[in-house]
Write a protein that binds this ligand. Structure first.
Ligand code: ADP
Length: 169
């Protein structure tokens, strides 16, 4: 049984993340998606629970994909969940440099136990990021090309509920 941990902020999950998950499904028996809070990225758009619920809903029919969260680090979760490796997506040189730094840290902190598998973004998915989706949403631009319809629906709901709370719209 091959199992890989895909850690990330997923705020929100995009079609770019989904393409990486699809590619990994051909390579691994099970993919454990770990929704984590990245302290460098601030509070974010969705709460951790909301991000987790979105991913669970999208993959509810897939028995290959599990979703977890928690306040542990990615390499600790990889060990706890008996994952042979950590999965990361690479879009460009900037991602490559950052992912290389992270894979070294994770390998070192886990005494060589946690390795990293990097998969390249395909075609048009390459330029999609969660921050692009949040920005497009802020400007009321279409986000259909970037996210699953369920994510779009929840983003619209959340955005207008938020605006209501502040009395702005
Ligand atoms: P993090 O806060 O860990 O960067 P993200 O949710 O932004 O979390 O990304 C999780 C992983 O998915 C990272 O390895 C990132 O490079 C990868 N990723 C994000 N968007 C894409 C995309 N469009 N194509 C391929 N990989 C992607």
């Amino acid at each position: 049984m091959t199992r890989v941990l895909f850690p990330g902020s997923f705020d929100p999950i995009t079609k770019g993340h989904m393409n990486v998950i699809e590619q990994a499904s051909d390579l691994f028996d099970e993919i454990v998606i770990a929704v984590l809070q990245n302290p460098e990225k601030g509070k974010g758009f969705f709460s951790l629970e909301e991000r987790l619920e979105l991913i669970e809903k999208i993959y509810e029919k897939s028995d290959k994909i599990k979703v977890i969260s928690g306040d542990k680090t990615a390499f600790e979760l990889a060990i706890l969940n008996k994952c042979q490796a950590m999965l990361r997506g690479i879009r460009d040189v900037k991602d490559y440099v950052e992912e290389d730094r992270l894979q070294k840290v994770n390998r070192c902190f886990s005494n060589g136990e946690v390795k990293t598998v990097g998969l390249f973004a395909e075609g048009d998915y390459q330029y999609i990021s969660s921050s692009l989706v949040r920005f497009a949403m802020e400007l009321d631009k279409p986000i259909d090309k970037y996210v699953h319809p369920y994510v779009k629906e929840k983003m619209i709901q959340k955005k207008y509920r938020k605006d209501d709370e502040y009395g702005c719209k």
